[in-house]
Design a protein around this ligand. Sequence first.
Ligand code: ATP
Ligand code: MG
Length: 175
Amino acid sequence: PKIQVVTLKSILQPLTDEFSWLADQKQLKLRTHFGEWQVQSDSTYLRRILQNILSNAIKYTTSGQVMLSCRKRGTQLLLQIWDTGPGVAEHELKRIFDDFYRVDSTARGQQGVGLGLAVVQRMTKLLGHKLEVRSRVGKGTVFSLYLPLASEQAIIEEKAVADSQNAALPHWQVL
Ligand code: ATP
Ligand code: MG
């Protein structure tokens, strides 16, 4: 991965748009509050992580709502994805991150191979982000992802690099 300043909205707006039709079809409320945060991450990895968690939340929830929220926690941004789905029993909670592991009772009848969360776990480790999951059977599940907030300095440096790259374009390429 390549850690850079990532504007969360640029990932979350398209993802929300992509999933809203599915939520509508299932008559689930999809509520997202993502604000204007900038974090230090890899946008390709982060998109995949959020896509996998969000797709599960919508896939396994049959009624109620799926919610995505962001708030500041010190130097970190806490991004949470909540659902009112079937939940996962305590003893299975660690195993859902294993390759090809699917919880029989909930995964039956749903498409999938059991790799989504394995990918999520590997990618969050590579990025150095912290991921937590809490769940209660019959109530729902919440995934919490902690992302380092981009400091003012990091944003300024990123912009300086982008500007210098633009400036370095030979003018004969600019038509
Ligand atoms: P895919 O590889 O297509 O993602 P999958 O969704 O079955 O297949 P994972 O995303 O790795 O695989 O999830 C593993 C299992 O964890 C699921 O099969 C399901 O049993 C359980 N699970 C994951 N997310 C939730 C959730 N939000 N609520 C309830 N169960 C979940
Ligand atoms: Mg999945």
